[in-house]
Ligand binder design. Structure first.
Ligand code: FE2
Ligand code: FE2
Length: 132
């Protein structure tokens, strides 16, 4: 679907590990739907995945604080918007409307990949440049 290493790997071990978990969780939601376990898929998205998103965001914010990243406040705002959007998706995920459900999932996927590839990459580059 996309070049995982090129678009996704930021070169910071702990961060990369968490991003992989996020993508694995999204794949798990798709797998559950594929296996016709829609209730389980909903529960997984609304509980497991969304709480992991919160956890990851707060770990990432702590990490950016640790090297006094100048773009921290801006990045924090982006996370806040994502949190809001995720919460807005929950009713769609809960709905029995298949189109909404799939749309919500594909939005979640696009956001996560786009955020990692662009916004997260900025702090990673800053960190790696500073460190070298
Ligand atoms: Fe991230
Ligand atoms: Fe982020």
């Amino acid at each position: 679907m996309f070049d995982f290493d090129k678009e996704f790997k930021l070169g910071i071990e702990q961060v990369d590990r968490e991003h992989v978990i996020l993508v694995d969780m999204l794949n798990e939601v798709y797998a559950l739907i594929g296996a016709d376990q829609r209730d389980e898929a909903r529960r997984y998205f609304n509980e497991t995945l969304s709480s992991y998103v919160d956890e990851h965001f707060s770990n990432e914010e702590k990490f950016m604080e640790s090297f006094q990243y100048p773009g921290l406040e801006e990045h924090r705002k982006v996370h806040e918007n994502y949190r809001k959007s995720f919460n807005e998706l929950k009713p769609q995920i809960d709905s029995f409307d298949d189109v909404s459900f799939r749309q919500a999932l594909s939005d979640a996927f696009t956001w996560i990949i786009g955020h990692i590839g662009r916004t997260d990459r900025k702090y990673a580059s800053h960190y790696l440049t500073q460190k070298s």
